[in-house]
Ligand binder design. Sequence first.
Ligand code: FES
Length: 80
Amino acid sequence: MKITVCLGSACHVKGSHQVLESIQRLIKAHHVEDQIELAGTFCTGNCDKGVCVTVDGNLISFSPNNVEELFEKEILAKLQ
Ligand code: FES
């Protein structure tokens, strides 16, 4: 599974760094490092939906407050 986190300025203001760190922490906590490729990306033009995270190409709006919930629903649940 490929996950990208937007590190553009609008998403940065909304907490993209925190989102990225939380995702990294959750990946380790759930021992799924070998199943996930995590990368940062430049602005994708969807600033109003930030923090923009894509999971296998699907855009999902994350915020520092809902990372755990979305990680379970949109990432963990979709891993085989
Ligand atoms: S800054 Fe993230 S989509 Fe523009």
